[in-house]
Design a protein around this ligand. Structure first.
Ligand SMILES: [Zn+2]
Length: 452
């Protein structure tokens, strides 16, 4: 097979581990030095802490540098400060400016040079090629073309590999788009892809008979159960990507053994919950990113040890069966979507897994929302799960509840005990199409609301 059709950048993507690690160290050294020379924040930090940038030689040495967060970025940009502390090029070299809104406060500003765009696009191009995309593919991008970089980066990546992009920017497009342009793929969310399939069926179109060859789900984490359901509804493979404006763009290859991290372009460390050291591979921890620049390159924004507030597990650094050597991680989860009850964490993904149990999908649409309430007495918690049904009168509640509980309480001994003893109450609420509370609220649906 022609290497060019199997890999986007064969030399880098299949680089032997020792060589790859050496390349990463070289880029860590260069990038740390670049940060100290070009970003106000790091210039000041190295001076104040009396550390020489050249002391940072390796991946372990990054532990000497501060961990920064979205809060640090906001504290080092207007209106808090006069200039942007993490901007690392002259204004004349800034090609685009972006903002990402977190859960609180002013949006964080990001600056990209054209070179940054090219590197970002390369990450997506590698991921697309690893999923079997190539010239002749026609891809509908449902992700929005706004201040975020995802949709634009995919579009640029498409130019590099000869694909056609249909930049709709949202998922509620008319099904005629499917018959008119015969797209081979769609980039969207689990729920948008399910609802599109439903709208097609209403118009007499069968999604499994459509021109779609594979789908890409990005932007949020999901359990295998919901991926499998989307794959079944569409009759094709569904791949996961994880990306952010800060520069991570990881994607599953067609072997579906975790998401490949483009190690030469972004450095990903996984920290323990106290944030004072790395966890071992195979253990869950916080994703901390460091920009990696090729020697001699510039970048608009430089971040060393940036806490993404997402969690993951490094699955493997050995060569994947696809031939790529770059490490693979589990689908990252958002820490902001993790909730604690009875000293046990659970994530939105755990709820979603319970909802999407295959048998449940005979009755449910997949749309759900959950609420946490404090009980009358201290130490009592109620989890209310609202489920949208095709027909709320005729759904087998016993089956749904048994499947949900079996999945949700599995591996969570403390929650199971609390449930059996009655201090944790899990109640189910069944509603008809369009009746969940989040439909009345603008923006991204909030799937779990903590009302304690
Ligand atoms: Zn692979």
């Amino acid at each position: 097979m022609n290497l060019k059709t199997k890999y986007y950048n064969p030399d880098i993507e299949t680089m032997e581990r020792g060589e790859l690690d050496a390349l990463v160290e070289e880029r860590i050294k260069y990038t740390v030095n670049y940060a100290a020379e070009n970003s106000l924040f790091y210039k000041k930090w190295f001076l104040e802490h009396n550390i020489k940038p050249s002391d940072i030689q390796s991946h372990e040495d990054l532990l000497e540098l501060p961990i920064i967060s979205g809060k640090t970025i906001r504290e080092n940009q207007p209106p808090e400060t006069v200039d942007f502390g993490f901007r690392a090029v002259d204004w004349k070299d800034v090609f685009t400016i972006h903002e990402t809104s977190g859960t609180s406060g002013t949006p964080k500003s990001f600056f990209l040079t054209w070179e940054d765009w090219e590197r970002y696009a390369e990450k997506y191009a590698r991921s697309f090629v690893s999923q079997g995309f190539g010239p002749g593919d026609r891809v509908i991008v449902c992700a929005s073309y706004g201040m975020n970089v995802g949709a634009n980066t995919m579009t640029l990546a498409a130019r590099n590999i000869g694909m056609t992009i249909i930049p709709i920017g949202k998922c509620n497009f008319p099904p005629r788009v499917m018959t008119s342009y015969k797209p081979t793929s769609i980039v969207g969310s689990v729920f948008k892809l399910i609802s599109l399939a439903k709208r097609m069926k209403v118009q007499g179109m069968d999604p499994t008979e459509s021109s779609i060859e594979r789908l890409i789900v990005g932007g949020e984490s999901f359990p295998d159960e919901s991926r499998n359901y989307v794959a079944e509804v569409w009759g094709c493979d569904v791949f996961n990507t994880y990306g952010s404006t800060e520069g991570t763009m990881c994607g599953e290859c067609s072997h579906l053994k975790g998401l490949h991290v483009p190690e030469d372009l972004v450095h990903m460390d996984v920290y323990d919950p106290r944030m004072d050291g790395f966890v071992k591979d195979g253990e869950c921890g916080r994703i901390v990113l460091t920009t990696l620049l090729p020697v001699g390159a510039k970048c608009g924004n430089v971040l060393l040890n940036y806490d993404t507030e997402d969690t993951t597990v490094v699955m493997d650094r050995e060569k994947c069966s696809c031939g790529r050597t770059h490490m693979r991680v589990l689908n990252p989860q958002r820490e902001a979507e993790t909730f604690w009850i009875f000293e046990t964490p659970f994530n939105r993904v755990d709820i979603e897994k319970g909802v999407f149990q295959r048998e449940n999908m005979e009755y449910l649409t997949g749309e759900y929302e959950a609420f946490l309430y404090g009980g009358e007495d201290e130490g009592e918690v109620t989890l209310r799960v609202s489920l949208e049904c095709e027909d709320a009168q005729n759904c087998n509640r016993q089956v749904i509840e048994a499947n949900f509980l079996g999945s949700f309480l599995k591996y969570k001994r403390a929650l199971e005990d609390a449930y059996i003893q009655g201090s944790l109450d899990i109640i189910f609420n069944y509603v008809g199409p369009g009746q969940l509370e989040f439909y009345h609220i603008k923006g991204r649906p909030k799937r779990i609301v903590d009302r304690r």
